[in-house]
Design a binder for this molecule. Structure first.
Ligand SMILES: Cc1ncc(C[n+]2csc(CCOP(=O)(O)OP(=O)(O)O)c2C)c(N)n1
Ligand SMILES: [Mg+2]
Length: 571
């Protein structure tokens, strides 16, 4: 049989490193899946395309390699959109094959016609249509190259009549990727060193750009006697075995991280692009190093911004730095950090929390019993917050959550991609009851693919995070209630191990039994509905909001709720 265009596309994807393609088959995609079936690429049948994009995103972030998604025309390829936004924001190298109607039908509002170039234009690093067989190879190469070189999603729109056509005779284009070492020039390094050497109390504020550079960050911290605060996405890179760690800043942060950033004389930002300007110091000098030139000074004005890979730049900077001997500033925040973490965990031990199960206690048990190299994914909401704060990174564990896009429902679907990539590692998905319900259909994918994922639902019977926002604005909770089934029983019906736990004294045993299951397993945990995410400071606005809420709630006859909230959240 002669080669088709779809064979060429799949051949290029395979040679560019794609091992897996997530999607749902249908009409205009049929020729493409026929080519996948004949290739070494594994097809993963999803129940919702959005979940496929989340899975691909997690796999691509974990491996750094190209992963594919593919959908049928119109609604099929449209369904990926939220996951594609998520992936592109996380710099995950993905190629989405958005199959399209035959060329002769485009432009007439034909059934299922969607202009993917417009839809995906703003959430991709490449988005183009293969117009004819003569450009199939070249455009597929361009898409793969963009996804890998620019780190993001490439969308390849493929009309059905093009994919089924005979392959043309093209030049042998192939994907060409280079990995240069990037650092600032010597003059810039001298300028940064001068600021840091005269910088008074220096705090390092690191983000995901520090991945792979922990030794260098630590060496600079040792020289500058600097505490290391981190963004949420900097957890994997900077938390493990770090004696200078003072935790996160931001609304999800902790007092030590928050104050170390605000109270320093000089802030050294490393691969951090934290969005909220109110968490940056206004009086301090700020030195920013980032691989992306567009990140420099975009969140807060900086004294000096330079472009460079963190590892390379710090290695070149280190010999230019003078030893800071006074460690008082750093010691203060390191001590504060340790005492804050300790007191939070103690506060929620069984018997100390009104008899219910605190989400923090559940997270700390998972921390205790999960494997040394577990891959964690977490839903946006309190599950992600407790995971970030109370499940410890150790250099082998990895954390995946929607921290830039902030979407619900990525937890379970991301776990599918992680487990596909690493069949022998423990994968734990921390889900909200709202987030889990949103893409619950893909529980069937987990069973169909027999993935031994361990799912836990932080079941507070509500859209908890939204309720906190509403209360902070002085509102009474509105439309946040969720009437849930017993998710343990749902799991059993779908075909995996499932159980539900309500009593705090049974939780430890339940967690160990759940984690010990050989196959997929779901634990539904009824956690306290009133547990709040407390900001690292008591700012006026939320405090006034809470006071207003309590007044309104009492007027609405919810006095009991107010008392419960106070008891659970205030020491
Ligand atoms: C797709 C999507 N829809 C809505 C939101 C707004 N939102 C953020 S958190 C949240 C509630 C999450 O509820 P749940 O999963 O139960 O987690 P909880 O905060 O209760 O732990 C909502 C509705 C969002 N971030 N993403
Ligand atoms: Mg909830």
């Amino acid at each position: 049989m002669s080669k088709k265009v779809s064979d060429v596309i799949i051949e290029i994807l395979q040679s560019a490193g794609v091992k897996r393609c997530y999607g749902i088959v249908g009409d205009t995609l049929n020729r493409v899946v026929e080519s996948i079936e004949q290739s070494e690429i594994e097809w993963v049948s999803m129940r919702h395309e959005e979940a496929g994009a989340f899975a691909a995103s997690a796999e691509a972030q974990l491996s750094g390699e190209l992963v594919a998604c593919a959908g049928s025309c119109g609604p099929g390829s449209l369904h990926f959109i939220n996951g594609i936004y998520e992936a592109n924001r996380n710099r995950a190298p993905i190629v989405l094959i958005a199959s399209q109607l035959a060329r002769q039908d485009l432009g007439f509002q034909s059934t299922q016609e969607v202009d993917f170039k417009r839809v995906y234009g703003e959430c991709s690093v490449y988005c183009d249509m293969i117009l004819n067989p003569e450009q199939a190879r070249r455009k597929t190469v361009a898409a793969c190259q963009a996804a890998l070189a620019k780190q993001g999603v490439a969308v390849l729109i493929v009309p059905a009549d093009v994919s089924s056509a005979a392959a043309a005779n093209e030049l042998p284009y192939s994907v060409t990727i280079s990995a240069p070492l990037i650092r600032p020039n010597d003059n810039e390094l001298d300028q940064i060193a001068a600021i840091l050497n005269k910088g008074g109390n220096v705090t390092i504020y690191g983000g995901s750009g520090c991945m792979g550079a922990q030794d260098e960050v630590m060496a600079v911290a040792a020289k500058l006697a600097a505490p290391i605060a981190r963004t949420s996405r900097g957890k994997d890179a900077l938390e493990p075995h770090n004696p200078y760690d003072v935790g996160m800043t931001g609304v999800l942060g902790i007092e030590s991280g928050y104050r170390a950033v605000l109270e320093c004389d000089t802030l050294l930002m490393l691969g951090a692009d934290f969005a909220w300007s109110q968490f940056y110091p206004s009086h301090a000098k700020i030195v920013q190093i980032d691989i992306d030139p567009l990140h420099l000074g975009r969140r807060h004005p900086v004294t000096k911004g330079v472009v460079g890979d963190i590892k390379e730049t710090l290695a070149a900077l280190l010999p230019r730095l003078k030893q800071h001997d006074n460690t008082t500033f750093r010691d203060t925040f390191v001590t504060l950090y340790k005492s804050k973490v300790q007191s939070t965990v103690e506060k929620v031990q069984p018997g100390k929390h009104g008899g219910g199960i605190a989400g923090i206690y559940l997270a700390s048990l998972i921390d205790q019993y999960a494997a040394e190299d577990t891959l964690f994914s977490a839903d946006d909401g309190t599950a992600a917050v407790w995971a970030l704060q109370h499940i410890r990174a150790n250099g082998k564990r990895r954390f995946f959550s929607s921290l830039l896009h902030g979407t619900m429902a990525a937890g379970m679907a991301s776990a599918i991609g992680l487990q596909k990539r690493c069949p022998d590692r423990q994968v734990v998905a921390l889900c909200g009851d709202g987030g889990f319900g949103m893409l619950m259909g893909d529980l069937m994918t987990i069973v169909q693919e027999n993935l031994p994922i361990k799912l836990v639902v932080f079941n507070n019977g509500k859209l908890g995070f939204v309720e906190i926002e509403q209360k902070a604005e002085g509102m009474v909770d509105t439309y946040t209630h969720l009437k849930n089934p017993d998710f343990g029983q749902v799991a059993e019906v779908v075909g995996l191990w499932g159980s539900k736990v309500e009593k705090v004294e049974e939780l430890e045993q339940s967690v160990t039994t759940w984690l010990a299951q050989p196959g997929p397993a779901l634990l539904d945990v009824m956690v306290n509905p009133m547990e709040l995410v407390m900001p690292p400071f008591i700012a006026m606005e939320p405090a006034i909001g809470m006071a207003l809420y309590t007044a309104k709630a009492v007027l609405h006859g919810k006095g009991g709720d107010v008392w419960e909230m106070v008891r659970e959240n205030f020491p």
